[in-house]
Design a protein around this ligand. Structure first.
Ligand code: EPZ
Length: 437
């Protein structure tokens, strides 16, 4: 029997990360471009056949999957460092196959642009994942409001329309993906569309900025009401993707958890106000220094002076505390000097990391969507397993702070959202290395 080990550039599914904990992180780390802004912008290139260039795109597994999907649909994708150029090679297909959609839920973002351009689009229904069922009913009701018909067969959702017409649409919930899909559908609809109760995340604003550079007419992105004047076509454009606010939060919390002193560059503190306020409440010293080169960027110094104080958090849609930082915060609270409460209001099953943190000595009691954390001030290394991207980040943070050695399994989840994780942490003094499976 020939065992063919397919070692993708992301490592194999059996890779593990080993961390010798208990070392303070010190030094500076450069934040990468935002995964959750890059993905909708990449799908937005389906709205034109002209060349589009995206800069500051992180090198991640999910970006890889998206480029493969764009190529499957008929796009030519050229990548050089953190820049991606997308042009049309041949007439575009309008169906996203199960093989690629099952790997990444965000593939559902092909629907809006393809429906807008060709009057039809289909993709395999994205499955749920460790953090919840994650339906797409709000996406579909927005398309129906614009005049599309939907049909389900063999696990596929199929959309068709004789031309989308602008409407007033009120989303049942400010879903990030549904906002992005509705936005990409209505930019080519006839007339005006008003989208209300939409997500206000910075990634929405960034996607709208790219669409406007392509010739769309979008006003109000980043607020709960967006007004779009439909156009006949969009042209190519170049766009610089915003920094990753969730990666920034992750390194801030890692620095705090190890009582370190870390400088984070190439990031936007304005996207992290609620995180910074909570870290200050927890006793962490944060200093923000405008970046000399680029007025937009700033450097955040994160330094712990005394013990970490327990701080209650409740997640919610932006600008509330991000659900994507809840797991990392739980690791920090496990090290705090006292009890804290964490309330998760976005996903119904986003405490899976609590059990794994428990293996490292954390004392966490789950009751419905609340987690009570009895901070013990210390954790010990253990063998743990990653269930999803941000749970993985939480386990890495706990392992960095824990006494002794940790072995973290299923690190392919981490490769979806953290660029050069081991390299960045090693440069900050962490004792971390990957063992290929
Ligand atoms: C985006 O996912 C992010 N992913 C997620 O980040 C993030 O956790 C989430 O927004 C919330 O901020 C990307 O941007 C690629 P939602 P999305 O639609 O769009 C329910 C990460 O770690 N809902 O805002 O899928 C849904 O079940 C990832 O980077 C419906 O009920 O999230 C969830 O409970 C994880 N019907 C809530 O809304 C719908 O049609 C929020 O989901 C759509 C969503």
């Amino acid at each position: 029997m020939i065992l063919i080990m397919i070692e993708s550039q992301w490592g194999s599914g059996m890779d593990k990360i080993i961390i010798e904990g208990g070392r303070r992180l010190k030094g500076s780390v450069e934040i990468s471009g935002s995964k959750n802004a890059s993905l909708p912008c990449l799908f937005a290139t389906l709205l034109t056949d002209e060349p589009c260039t995206l800069n500051n795109v992180p090198e991640l597994n999910d970006i890889d999957t998206t480029c493969k999907l764009l190529e499957h649909l008929g796009k030519k994708v050229e990548r050089k460092d953190h820049s991606i150029q997308v042009t049309s090679r041949k007439p575009l297909k309008t169906e996203a196959p199960y093989e690629l959609v099952k790997r990444m839920r965000a593939s559902v973002l092909v629907l809006g642009p393809l429906l807008a351009r060709f009057g039809k689009a289909s993709c395999s229904m994205p499955g749920g994942c460790a953090i919840g069922v994650r339906p797409i009913n709000i996406h579909l009701s927005s398309f129906q409001a614009l005049g599309a018909e939907t049909e389900f067969s063999q696990g596929m959702v199929r959309l068709k329309s004789n031309g989308l017409k602008g409407k007033k649409i009120v989303l049942d919930f400010p879903s990030v993906g549904a906002t992005e899909n509705a936005l990409m559908a209505c930019v080519l609809a006839k007339g005006q569309t008003i989208l209300e109760n939409v997500a206000k995340e910075p990634e929405i604003e960034d996607c709208a900025k790219f669409l406007n550079a392509m010739g769309a007419e979008i006003k109000g992105a980043g607020t709960s009401k967006i007004v779009v004047q439909g156009k006949d076509f969009l042209h190519g454009a170049t766009h610089q993707v915003i920094p990753d606010r969730i990666e920034t939060a992750t390194y801030l919390i890692a620095s705090a958890a190890t009582k370190g002193e870390v400088e984070l560059s190439h990031t936007y503190p304005k996207h992290l106000k609620v995180i910074i306020n909570h870290l200050i409440k927890a006793g962490i010293k944060i200093q923000i220094k405008e970046d000399k080169l680029n007025r937009e960027y700033a450097t955040i110094f994160c330094k712990v002076q005394k013990a970490i104080k327990p701080v209650y958090i409740k997640t919610g849609p932006y600008p509330k505390f991000p659900t994507d930082v809840q797991a990392q915060w739980m690791s920090l609270m496990s090290l705090a000097d006292g009890n804290s409460l964490i309330q998760e209001t976005i996903f119904e099953n986003r405490f899976v990391h609590a059990a794994e943190l428990g293996r490292m000595g954390a004392k966490i009691k789950i009751k419905g969507n609340q987690a009570k954390v009895s901070g013990s001030g210390r954790l010990s290394g253990a063998e743990v397993m990653v269930s999803d991207l941000r749970a993985g980040a939480a386990l890495v943070i706990a392992a960095l702070a824990a006494k002794g050695k940790s072995v973290i399994q299923r690190v392919y989840h981490l490769d979806r959202g953290y660029e050069k994780l081991e390299q960045k942490l090693s440069r900050l003094g962490a004792r971390i290395y990957r063992v290929h499976g």
